[in-house]
Design a protein around this ligand. Structure first.
Ligand code: ADP
Ligand code: MG
Length: 218
């Protein structure tokens, strides 16, 4: 298993007392699997992704990434595991404006000590970015910027890709193209993909589909 989530609970403190967001969530993903996560706005989808990505801590339960329990790790160890094994793609592209497209693509792989220029060039070509490598993000359309973010994530060869509504900021036709490319490339690399989406048509294109409701996965 690349990912095992077991009985995870999470609440956020609030003035009226803490409200449970996740009430015992379990799921598992093996290598090469693609899983869609749907749920109403506010159901806890992003919270779950943040916990799996090690960006926040669980209240109880365990999360194993590539066999290692991230809920029982120091922040430093968790950050190192995230850099080397996990790739995250958000709705906001989060590119670095002062870096060229090529440098943005290389950024994460360099941090992980896994940069391979040929692999980066192949991904850029597959995403139609070859003619844009020396440009800066601001000169690119939204769809192109998200393709850069996808290339940046996959260049680091993550075993697990977490995507939070990655096409949510794009128009429908662009979203469909970007999604096709992302699914194909993720499958080529053999990574497991957990993708949050509010679209059931998108969810149908993934290998499996779970729905988050009332703090549980159904
Ligand atoms: P989704 O991604 O499914 O729309 P979220 O995981 O973003 O849902 O949020 C789930 C619930 O947790 C919401 O009620 C939201 O207001 C609350 N929440 C999310 N993040 C925080 C936070 N950092 N502090 C307090 N409450 C939060
Ligand atoms: Mg969300």
């Amino acid at each position: 298993m690349v990912l095992t989530v077991q009985d995870v609970t999470k609440s956020y403190p609030a003035a009226e007392g803490s409200t449970p967001v996740l009430r015992g969530v379990s799921l598992a993903l093996s290598r090469g699997e693609t899983l869609a996560l749907t749920g109403e706005s506010g159901s806890g989808k992003s919270t779950l992704l943040h916990l799996i990505g090690g960006l926040d801590s669980v209240d109880s339960g365990t999360i194993h990434v590539d066999g290692r329990d991230i809920t029982d790790m120091t922040d430093t160890a968790r950050a190192a595991l995230r850099r080397s094994e996990v790739g995250v793609i958000f709705q906001q592209f989060n590119l670095i404006p002062s870096l060229t497209v090529a440098a943005n693509i290389a950024f994460q792989a360099r941090l992980a000590g896994a940069y391979d220029a040929d692999h980066a060039a192949q991904l850029a070509a597959a995403l139609g970015l070859t003619d844009h490598l020396t440009k800066y993000p601001e000169a690119l359309s939204g769809g192109q910027q998200q393709r850069v973010a996808i290339a940046r994530t996959l260049t680091a060869r993550p075993k697990l890709v977490l995507a939070d509504e990655p096409t949510g900021n794009l128009d429908e036709a662009t979203a469909s193209d970007v999604l096709d490319q992302m699914l194909r490339l993720v499958r080529d690399t053999g990574a497991a993909l957990l993708m949050v989406t509010h679209s059931h048509s998108v969810a149908r294109r993934m290998g499996r589909h779970v729905h988050l409701s009332q703090g549980h996965v159904v």
